[in-house]
Design a binder for this molecule. Structure first.
Ligand SMILES: Cc1ncc(COP(=O)(O)O)c(C=O)c1O
Length: 403
């Protein structure tokens, strides 16, 4: 409101985050309360399995970090990230076919910050952005800040709708956000042919491809190569990586890698945002990577996640009522459960919590507000027997809600 006593006085700004793709506050409250209740089985929040955190090794890495160079660990660093950690990131990507120099890598506070930086750099107010639908809701939130026109490209665990992608480019999208592997929330993994086809289309329309590979290593039937490894369209493909899913999200370390110009601009923006990624986290992570093999750690994790994926799929087959559908995830931490048209997922959540299971209404994962009714179930941090109990409870809730 402006001051009525002063003509043409500027309005005092009101805070407004501009974030659209989020759960309503009431749902967040329900989720928080239920998550704190041990009797409720939580199939919400795609958390890595906490018993897989290499706590003893990380403790040693922390001690080593503080012993070797305490001043370095506690001092400010450079916005692009520590040299030691960037060298590890370069090697990890090289093993996946991506060749970049350290100056083509920016260490970020998780892949989430990389998404935010790229949204700011590449999307102007009202631009068209091509996104899979459904897709990772917090990526949509990063783009929300520019009030873009989302052009939806249907995605299921079985694949991506390439004609819809072509239409999105034809309608003016010059940025595509993609979770090719371990897609959140469906668990899909695009085939090599689909990746080639995406690159063909992006190349033809000179569009940026933001390849969010946070789950790239969490795949159950063999990993597919990330898009930058194809060696094509390299001036427009940005790779996003993360240590959250494969090691520990509490470190809050991820990265982006791509053409030098975008890495440089992202570095400037990051400096304006938070100066640098926490030195201590970077040093501890680099010390852990000096002493341990991340590949070997991932190999230990995969059978656990695969068994949980198998458990959730088996339980769904046993417990879901008619009209409810899902596809087997091939990677990632979650499965999308589609509900009959007209079902209110928030009503299902309330009923599910009464039955003792927490699930996530999937509305925020759909770019268009005309979301299909669906739930996201995350199995990653729940032992198989608890998964069976949780899905049985969800089955009861759905039988009651659907009648
Ligand atoms: C697809 C996807 N990308 C990025 C992120 C963010 O990860 P980070 O912890 O690295 O910020 C997530 C987290 O759930 C995710 O699911």
């Amino acid at each position: 409101m402006s001051d009525p006593t002063v003509p043409n006085a500027p309005a005092t700004p009101e805070p407004h985050a501009g974030v659209v793709h989020r759960q309503p506050d009431a749902v967040v409250e329900q989720l928080k309360t239920a998550a704190a209740d041990d009797t409720v089985v939580s199939l919400g929040g795609a958390l890595p399995a906490e018993e897989l955190f290499p706590t003893a090794e990380l403790e040693r890495a922390m001690a080593e970090t503080m012993r070797a160079d305490p001043a370095g660990a506690l001092q400010y660093g450079w916005p692009e990230g520590s040299d030691g950690l960037r060298a590890h990131v370069v090697r990890w990507m090289e093993a996946r076919g991506i060749t970049v120099g350290e100056d083509e890598v920016l260490v970020t506070h998780g892949a989430q910050q990389a998404l935010h930086l790229l949204g700011r750099l590449l999307v102007a107010e009202g631009d068209a952005v091509a996104v899979e639908t459904p897709t990772y809701s917090a990526a949509l939130q990063s783009f929300d800040l520019r009030s873009p026109r989302f052009l939806a490209v249907p995605r299921t665990a079985a694949g991506i709708d390439l004609p819809a992608l072509e239409r999105a480019f034809a309608e003016g999208a010059r940025v595509l956000y993609l979770v090719a592997s371990g897609h959140n929330p469906t668990g899909g993994v695009l085939t090599r042919a689909e990746r080639e086809a995406v690159l063909d289309l992006a190349e033809r329309h000179d569009a940026w491809v933001l390849d969010d590979d946070a789950y790239g290593a969490i795949v159950f039937d063999g990993a597919e190569p990330p898009l930058r490894s194809f060696g094509r369209h390299l001036d427009r493909v940005v790779h996003l990586g993360s240590f959250s899913k494969v090691l520990a999200p509490g470190l809050r370390v991820g990265w982006l890698a791509g053409p030098k110009d975008i890495v440089h601009e992202a570095t400037l923006l990051k400096e304006a945002q938070d100066l640098e990624t926490a030195s201590l986290s970077q040093r501890v992570l680099a010390a852990w990577l000096d002493a341990n093999s991340l590949d070997a750690h991932v190999e230990r994790c995969l059978p656990v996640y695969r068994a949980r994926r198998d458990a959730v799929v088996a339980a769904l087959a046993a417990e879901m009522p008619e009209g409810v559908s899902w596809e087997e995830p091939r990677g990632g931490f979650s499965v999308l459960v589609r509900l009959p048209a007209g079902t209110d997922p928030e009503r299902v959540l309330s009923r599910a919590i009464e039955e003792g299971v927490l699930v996530e209404p999937a509305g925020p994962y759909f770019a268009s507000r005309a979301a299909e009714p669906a739930l996201r179930l995350s199995y990653s941090n729940v032992p198989e027997r608890r998964i069976a109990v949780g899905v049985r409870r969800l089955g009861r809730a759905l039988h009651a809600t659907l009648g």
